[in-house]
Design a protein around this ligand. Structure first.
Ligand SMILES: NC(=O)c1ccc[n+]([C@@H]2O[C@H](COP(=O)([O-])OP(=O)(O)OC[C@H]3O[C@@H](n4cnc5c(N)ncnc54)[C@H](OP(=O)(O)O)[C@@H]3O)[C@@H](O)[C@H]2O)c1
Length: 262
């Protein structure tokens, strides 16, 4: 039977690369992104590569409080989903006090509130279907407070903590639904960097930087291996030992260096 994946932000960056791979495996795709023209263009490009693919998209602003319920209702009319990837998100770069309050609030609404609401809405529906997987995209910035990305990093810390705690709760309860938390390293080839105003920031040229292709490959491998947690890509995983043994002040210094412009 055809399996269905609902991917927020499926028409760009990581979401699009994961979509390519799932389409290649015969999955049906449901996308929720902000811009209709981007959904249309990405859909056409994906269909050119996978002519038999079934892709439906809806343009909605996930910062709006009623959007998660609208997304859930839409997905239910499409027969529900086996896989939810809470991927939509964005960053805004600069000292928090210098940024527009509305921009930070929208970031909290999309990165935290929408992800939380969609997880809560789909969890019982997946349980009733007998199983499913929810993938929540956090970030490597979830590990350490990050100046100039103060709110963004804090939203991703929420995603990581919430998702990992939920994993434990569901496992203890014997739930048929599993959660996979993903922490991508900085990605140099998605629109995220430009949209966040982060051109020239060191982390995107650091040895730990990765690509959407590598992140998508790691996510698919994580799904195949039923993993609870995925840190992408390979260089970031090698660097992880440093984060584990470095004293907190060193870690803070390293993080600050990574979030500065070169
Ligand atoms: N790029 C990185 O360095 C990096 C590193 C770690 C984690 N991440 C996380 O990975 C995820 C995907 O990022 P990416 O690099 O693939 O960036 P991207 O190419 O900019 O994709 C973000 C997607 O989210 C959608 N989105 C943003 N705001 C939205 C809103 N208000 N309502 C509905 N959809 C919205 C965008 O839709 P539109 O395109 O239609 O606007 C887009 O499809 C994000 O959660 C990001 O925080 C990224």
């Amino acid at each position: 039977m055809t399996q269905t994946a609902l991917i927020t932000g499926g028409s760009s960056g990581i979401g699009l690369e994961v979509s390519r791979r799932l389409a290649g495996r015969g999955w049906r795709l449901l996308w929720v992104s902000l811009k209709q023209d981007e959904i249309t263009a990405a859909r056409e490009a994906l269909l050119a590569a996978h002519p038999g693919a079934v892709i439906d998209g809806i343009a909605l602003d996930l910062a709006a409080p009623d959007t998660p319920q609208r997304v859930f209702d839409w997905a239910e009319t499409q027969g529900g989903c086996d896989l939810l990837i809470n991927n939509a998100g964005f960053g805004v770069y600069g000292p928090s006090a210098s940024l527009a309050l509305e921009a930070e609030q929208a970031m909290i609404a999309v990165n935290i509130s929408a992800l939380h609401a969609l997880t809560r809405l789909f969890l019982p529906a997946m349980t009733a279907r007998g199983g499913g997987t929810i993938v929540n995209i956090a970030s490597n910035s979830a590990f350490v407070p990050a100046p100039d990305l103060a709110v963004y990093a804090a939203t991703k810390a929420f995603v990581k903590h919430y998702s990992e705690a939920l994993t434990a709760e569901l496992e203890e309860a014997g739930s048929p639904v599993r959660i996979m938390t993903v922490c991508p390293a900085a990605i140099s080839d998605t629109p995220f960097l430009k949209r966040a105003g982060m051109e020239g920031v060191r982390t995107f040229t650091s040895f730990t930087a990765t690509t959407a292709d590598e992140v998508a490959r790691d996510i698919l491998a994580g799904l195949d291996q039923s993993r609870r947690f995925v840190l992408t890509g390979a260089a970031m995983r090698r660097a992880m030992w440093l984060m584990k043994i470095a004293p907190a002040p060193v870690l803070r210094w390293m993080t600050r260096r990574e979030t500065r412009r070169v």
